[in-house]
Design a protein around this ligand. Sequence first.
Ligand code: NAD
Length: 401
Amino acid sequence: MTNQEAVRKAADYFAKLAEGQIERVEALKSEGAFVDYSLIDPLIIGVIGGDGIGPMISDAARQVVEELLSDEIASGKVKFRSIEGLTIENRAQHMQSIPDDVLEQIKSCHVTLKGPTTTPETGGEWPNLESANVGMRKALDLFANVRPVRVPSEGIDWTFFRENTEGLYVLGSQGFELTDDISIDFRVISTPGSDRIIRAAFDHARRTGKERVTVVTKANIVKSGDGRFLRVAERVSRDYPDISWDGWYIDIMTAKLLDKSRRSDFQVFVLPNLYGDILTDEAAEIQGGVGTAGSANIGKRYAMFEAVHGSAPRMVTEGRAQYADPSSVLKAAGLMLSHIGYSSLGQKVDMALDVCGQYERRVRVTGRDSGATGTEFGQYVLETVRDPQLEERWKNYVAAL
Ligand code: NAD
């Protein structure tokens, strides 16, 4: 192919992508309001095991949630549904990032608690499918990836709002090889896509009594997309005069999260997709490792809750899967409980995780046989959640800070 032919082919290819994006963003403009979970009966919670360490850690979280919702389960108000088939083997067999029948099962649930799923990479052992997570975020329009990170002993109480359906991920698997020497990928940022995530961050700040929202971009360099994100933030902020906001660049932000003299000043962050992905892993590491961090993927109709980390294949091949820390999915389970209207139960999970993971630490997970198994730690959390003295134990923890 000559260079001229390559350019023509690229122009045709780009035209199709552009049409798809215009269609997607037009649909965003007419989306409805958030679902009201109090009106749903029965509320169906799907549990997806996923790959690698996923089934074990999601099972530990399911046990805790089932215990906390035992009255609602007994009365039929809440139902659990196991969703099989979101495994790399099944996805490869169907050559789909989410096989149709699995997506149908997921859509039959109002919310899902999900174990991590393996994403194939170019040249690896699996066909190069799109990430199941990215697929799910797109299919269910889960636009807000909400990731809380708390380190009470250091005054850190951050909530990240990562845009989840645009940026580099929306067309991440649709880049193309222009010539033998050039690969081109695409990044998309739209006004409605930015507006809804920025508004979600400001609403959260207002609801939780926070005073500051920090918008993270690289708008000095990525002038088009990040420039738009920042302009939308400036406009949206005018609807929240009670909340201050500031803009930071992603590079210095990664440094500031490590700056002990400044980092506890930050409260709520909102940022485009890839920056959010990276910064939240860094934040999770500050909290005690990715194994301790959970996240919510929220859309107007559906929501999915999961760990921030992946399926940890190295732990599996080294025979250490049973030592994986379930705290991440437990944290996600707490977020799920709060999201569906059981905030006090969500708080219980958070308190139990603080007591078990940060304070008493009678059972410790190290990721290796030097520590407890994930099931043992899950049992410890379960017993702590059941304990009528939980609040007392948690207050002791706070007093000891
Ligand atoms: P990873 O997050 O799976 O694991 C990296 C390392 O972190 C592990 O080797 C382990 O040492 C540690 N770790 C992770 N979770 C832990 C836990 N619960 N307890 C103790 N230690 C834990 O990262 P990776 O190896 O880059 O990714 C593996 C696969 O997961 C890839 O295919 C990736 O695409 C996928 N992934 C999926 C999701 C998701 O489903 N949400 C997120 C990230 C990565």
